[in-house]
Design a protein around this ligand. Structure first.
Ligand SMILES: Cc1cc2nc3c(=O)[nH]c(=O)nc-3n(C[C@H](O)[C@H](O)[C@H](O)COP(=O)(O)OP(=O)(O)OC[C@H]3O[C@@H](n4cnc5c(N)ncnc54)[C@H](O)[C@@H]3O)c2cc1C
Length: 398
């Protein structure tokens, strides 16, 4: 079989890989993108990603520039306020509660929430129509050999490619990262996150709610109505054995447990999707690049799912690669190009991973000092106007 020559090979068609592929093809580069898993047809399909993502302003701007936002915006729920609640010792008692309003910063919303399965489906459709992007679903990355001037890639169906740059967007267990010989540093918390969606009688009013208690955060993020009733996406973090117990519960008992854990703030929660369980880790790659290879998204960094930083950080990676490629198209994949990319992203990735790691440790502890610190911290951050605005700006992806 003869080799296909392309500017860029992307391993992985998750949200980050697809956004990178579409953006780079629109910038004039030839791109081959491979993923062994086609996107699910709907939320109930096997393998459907039940998480949702609150796209912050910089992520929305990137999707707008790639002509993608108009395809997504009808399903996107604006998050106009964030309510943070520190639970008392006994559920469903509330110890401290504060609400942060986007209008306080003269912004219409902190972010826009979209279900991951839908975003991936829409982006896959857009990728298939993008000139210059050769989308190969059902086949994956298999082997890598690099030379000074090119990356030689073999796919699982035997196709062989020569690319100036190979981008690893193939998730937390990234096969391309491994083939490039880049290791990872992983911090485990003994925690898991349950992702699912619920309907509830009390309208969410476009307010996202984060409730802290032992085991970790419980987050309710607004979704469009489900069969005429308000609905929210939920991420429920818990110590591993407790999360496994909750995941195995029968639906109505699980709904009752979730309702109590949510402080009954939206009334009775009724699950409307299955539950998926995710291990909670911080994982960072030892390097963001290797010869002719760049890592993006979860191939480069995984964070606990609080603060809506994971995929948003990934889209900052895409923005950086895109800017670099547009400003130095002839240098694509050279050592200078890769060094500039790594330099632009390394500090930001490390800082976000550190902050989310600390935040998660503080949020999950039920020791009295941690609980008191949470309540005090919440009051301080909210009640001092300058601090509140600074933290809100930072949380919005600045
Ligand atoms: C419970 C939970 C809630 C979250 N909520 C948020 C949030 O609100 N906001 C936010 O910003 N982030 C959030 N995140 C993080 C976010 O969901 C992830 O960062 C994001 O989905 C990962 O995207 P990705 O494209 O890097 O990886 P993935 O979605 O894992 O995509 C990787 C792709 O690579 C493919 N692949 C695997 N092997 C190969 C191969 N050999 N060749 C080619 N392709 C391959 C896979 O099929 C897959 O499609 C959350 C995470 C969790 C766990």
């Amino acid at each position: 079989m003869s080799r296909i020559t392309t500017d860029i090979f992307i391993s992985g068609g998750g949200i980050a890989g697809l956004t990178a592929g579409i953006s780079l093809a629109r910038a004039g580069f030839s791109v081959v993108l491979a993923d062994p898993a086609p996107p699910p047809a709907d939320v109930a399909s096997e393998g459907s990603d039940l998480r949702s993502t609150a796209f912050l302003q910089p992520a929305r701007a990137l999707l707008e520039a790639a002509g993608l936002w108009s395809r997504l915006e009808d399903a996107a729920m604006p998050l106009e306020a964030l309510r943070v609640i520190n639970m008392g010792d006994t559920l469903p008692d509330i110890a401290t509660e504060r609400t942060f309003e986007a209008a306080d910063l003269n912004e219409p919303a902190f972010g826009w929430n979209l279900p991951n399965w839908l975003t991936r489906k829409v982006l896959t459709g857009a990728a298939a129509e993008t000139p210059g992007l050769d989308l190969r679903l059902g086949t994956g990355f298999s082997k890598l050999l690099t030379r000074e001037r090119e990356a030689l890639v073999t796919l699982t169906d035997g196709t062989r490619l020569t690319a100036r740059l190979a981008i690893a967007a193939d998730g937390r267990a990234s096969p391309l990262r491994e083939a490039a010989g880049i290791g990872v540093e992983t911090t485990r918390y003994g925690q898991k996150a349950l992702a699912f969606a619920v309907r509830h009688p009390v309208p969410h009013g476009n307010v996202s709610t984060e409730l802290y208690h032992k085991g970790g955060a419980f987050v309710l993020v607004p979704l469009p109505d489900h069969e005429g009733q308000p609905a929210s996406a939920v991420v429920w973090m818990q110590d591993g054995p407790e999360a496994v117990r909750l995941a195995a519960m029968e639906d109505s008992a699980f709904g009752e447990a979730a309702t109590r854990r949510a402080g009954e703030v939206l009334g009775t929660l009724t699950p409307i999707t299955p539950r998926r369980v995710w291990p909670v880790v911080t994982q960072t790659a030892a390097a963001l690049t290797a010869e002719r290879v760049a890592l993006i998204a979860e191939a480069a960094h995984v964070m606990p799912p609080i603060g809506a930083q994971g995929l948003n950080t990934s889209l900052h990676d895409v923005r950086a690669l895109l800017d670099q490629a547009a400003s130095q198209p002839d240098a694509l994949g050279t050592p200078g190009f890769l060094d500039a990319y790594a330099k632009r992203r390394a500090r930001d990735v490390a800082a976000r991973a550190r902050v989310i790691d600390l935040y998660n440790r503080l949020c999950r502890s039920n020791l009295p000092p941690a609980q008191a610190a949470r309540s005090l911290g919440l009051k301080l951050v909210h009640d001092v106007s300058a601090v509140r605005r600074g933290v809100m700006r930072a949380g919005m992806g600045g």
